[in-house]
Structure formats: C-alpha cells, structure tokens
Design a protein around this ligand. Structure first.
Ligand code: PNS
Length: 161
C-alpha cells in the first residue's frame, strides 16, 4: 500500500481568507492529507494570536482531510516531523514570485526531498490578501465576501469591540 501523501500549507494566516480556504481544499487534488501550518514566529507582528488564527482556520476549513497545527522554527523541520513531502504555496501575482522563489529554493537546499508546489487561486480571489482584509476591516469596510463569517466576527471584535 502506498503511504498517504501529506502536504503542508504554511503561512501566517492573519487571518485566513477565502483565498487560503480555496487553496487548502484545492491541495486535496494531489494530497491525501493537508496540514495547514500556522507560523508562530513570523517576522510580522500579527493582529491575531496564534491560538486565534488556528481556531479560525479550524472553524473555516472543516474537512476531514485537512488539519491545522501551529509550528515554531524551520518549516522544513516541521515538515519532517509530520511526514510531509510537499509544501503548498499560493501564487497570486508576479509580485509574489521573487519571495516565493527564494523560499522554495532555500527550503529545497535545506530538505532536498521536500517539493514546493505552487497553486493559483480561484479567479475572483486572485488579488486577495490577509493584509488587505485587515486594512479594509480596520477602517470599517465590508470584507464579508472575502472571509468566512467566523473571521468576519473576529475582525469586528478586534476593531469595533
Ligand atoms: O503567509 P506568509 O507570511 O507569507 O508565510 C511565510 C512562512 C510562514 C511560510 C515563512 O516565513 C516560513 O516558512 N517561516 C518558518 C521559518 C522558516 O522555515 N524560514 C525559512 C523559509 S525559506
């Protein structure tokens, strides 16, 4: 029997958007299990704490083949611990490319057995990012088509308590 193909989908997810949701589910076309891996110590100062981000992803992506875990330290080490052979990242625009290319090559340097796969988001979600969602929500704009209702509620609680 062939072992299950495990993919990790890493990121900050601050917060998870409909675009992330789409990619997590899309990854199941080539992976048997997807682990959404939430970086604890990203470079940015997050709006949502790691526990909040994990809880929001769990509420948003309810699929038996998708699980959510926080990780600290190097992504390749986390991948090794959970037995993943694939890293999934989304590529939205050309502007994403350089950073993604550098990360993919560095990760391959660190762990040659681990392959990075880039997925394009759904057409209408191409220009979506967590930072834009945060900014629009901060100033009271409507982000309801862009995030799950649980995320909308959490954003409202942060900005309009
Ligand atoms: O959503 P983001 O912020 O673009 O995700 C970036 C993330 C978390 C995938 C990246 O910063 C990462 O992998 N961090 C873990 C530490 C690590 O392994 N860094 C080296 C990457 S080459």
């Amino acid at each position: 029997m062939t072992p299950p193909r495990i993919a990790i989908y890493p990121g900050s997810f601050d917060p998870i958007t409909r675009g992330h949701e789409d990619l997590a589910i899309r990854s199941l076309r080539f992976a048997d299990r997807v682990i959404v891996a939430v970086a604890v110590n990203g470079q940015k100062q997050p709006l949502f704490g790691v526990e909040e981000r994990v809880a929001l992803i769990r509420e948003t992506v309810q699929h038996p083949a998708v699980e959510v875990q926080a990780f600290e330290g190097l992504l390749v080490e986390f991948a090794h611990r959970v037995g993943a052979t694939l890293i999934v990242r989304g590529l939205r625009a050309v502007s994403d490319f350089e950073y993604e290319f550098q990360m993919a090559l560095m990760n391959r340097n660190l762990a040659p057995g681990l392959e990075t796969v880039f997925l394009m988001p759904a057409f209408d979600l191409t220009y979506l990012s967590s930072s834009l969602v945060r900014e629009v929500a901060r100033f009271g704009g409507d982000v309801s088509p862009l995030v799950h209702p649980a995320v909308l509620k959490a954003l409202k609680a942060k900005f309009r308590p």
